[in-house]
Design a protein around this ligand. Structure first.
Ligand SMILES: Cc1ncc(COP(=O)(O)O)c(C=O)c1O
Length: 370
């Protein structure tokens, strides 16, 4: 009954952790990949009012005009870029799925980082294509020469993610320029996942990849910057030919992103709350808290962005360490969910301060227990 395609895809390891977590009483949860603030009230109100006012039917495939206009202005203001075209997607996840379906044929290869965000590995499989990993261990720096050695005649695309999940790495402008050169030499499509671009902690963000290389599709959305994870609003912008193909695929798959949530998302682009809906400084502080809590017993590269630390397991595999941590009520995600290796675990510091402190102390004690 089940296709080879579906059988070849692996269920998300994050779900397995959530299932395990459901058995833990009073968990200290450092496993969640979403902000710990709620959607700002004005945007909740905007969505509710839009529903009451009857904005409840199918929306245009590419997004409602209000959001498309707000996005064009935002992309120009924020990145100094005028994309050929854009499409509103069901979160960045929708953009990732549509872009890979539109760009990859069976047998094609796409270069993705290792460690990677989970769907970078699974979606190429869905397209019959192959994810080829560029390794960024141990410090998450990208060596463009190493990436270039992986290019074959089947390579069609290069995926770049900054700031990155699960490593928290903020990729530097020099690294991005190196990747842009590789893409240019081999005429690759670059899919640039910039969903954490409100969370660059050390100085200004590097330019959007689209500013460095024209054959770039930028993916972004409202899940992380506005905590709208459940609303499923994202966008993709770039070459018209690719966006057109994504539109065609969207017509028969996601069909529409709920218009009330699109309207509220458009409002958030016009509001002046500051990065991370005004919570940026809190996250800066939480990074210090998390790094300070882990430093006594763990090896890790201090994250420059997003809200994760990818920590080396002090003994055993990442899975063994994370499993023991669950027994002590601390929920993290084993590194093999995000990697071909099982040597690390991920914590999210999008958590209350008290949880970060208590969980940090328990993890340090566990690290020293063997
Ligand atoms: C790097 C990265 N890309 C995309 C997504 C998916 O975001 P969305 O909720 O917009 O689908 C996530 C969510 O965790 C992520 O970490």
């Amino acid at each position: 009954m089940i296709s080879n395609r579906a059988n070849a895809m692996q269920a998300s390891g994050i779900r397995k952790v959530f299932d395990l977590a459901a058995t833990v009483k009073d968990p200290l949860n450092l496993s969640i990949g979403q902000p710990d603030f709620d959607v700002p009230m004005p945007f909740k109100r905007a969505a509710a009012e839009a529903i009451v006012a009857g904005r409840n039917s199918y929306a245009p495939t590419g997004g409602i005009p209000e959001l498309r206009k707000a996005l064009a202005a935002h992309i120009d203001r924020r990145y100094g870029w005028k994309p050929e075209d854009l499409i509103v997607t069901a979160g960045v996840s929708g953009g990732l799925a549509l872009s890979m379906l539109a760009a990859l044929d069976p047998g094609d290869e796409i270069l993705i980082p290792d460690p990677y965000f989970v769907s970078y590995k699974q979606l190429p499989t869905m397209c019959g294509a192959k994810a080829v990993f560029y390794d960024i261990y141990p410090d998450w720096r990208i060596d463009a020469a190493k990436v270039e050695r992986l290019v074959t005649p089947r390579t069609r695309a290069l995926l770049v993610n900054t700031p990155a999940n699960p490593t928290g790495a903020a990729v530097s402008e020099a690294e991005l320029r190196g990747l842009a050169e590789v893409a240019r030499r081999h005429d690759l499509l670059v899919i640039s996942d910039e969903v954490y671009d409100d969370f660059y902690f050390d100085g200004p963000a590097p330019p959007s990849f689209a500013r460095l290389y024209p054959k770039t599709l930028v993916l972004n959305g409202f899940s992380k910057s506005q905590a709208m994870t459940g609303w499923r609003v994202g966008w993709a912008a770039g070459p018209r030919e690719l966006v057109d193909a994504m539109m065609k695929l969207q017509q028969f798959t996601f069909v529409t992103v709920p218009p009330a949530f699109q309207l509220a998302a458009a409002d958030s682009l016009g509001a002046k709350l500051g990065p991370a809906a005004g919570h940026f400084d809190e996250y800066l502080r939480k990074r210090e808290l998390a790094c300070g809590a882990l430093a006594p017993a763990f090896e890790f590269t201090r994250p420059g962005g997003a809200f994760y630390v990818f920590v080396k397991a002090p003994w055993g595999t990442g899975t063994e360490f994370a499993t023991e941590a669950v027994k002590r009520r601390v929920l993290t995600i084993p590194g093999n969910v995000f990697s071909e290796r099982d040597t690390h675990f991920r914590i999210s510091f999008a958590a209350p301060d008290a949880v970060l402190k208590e969980a940090g102390a328990i993890l340090c004690e566990l690290a020293r227990s063997r």
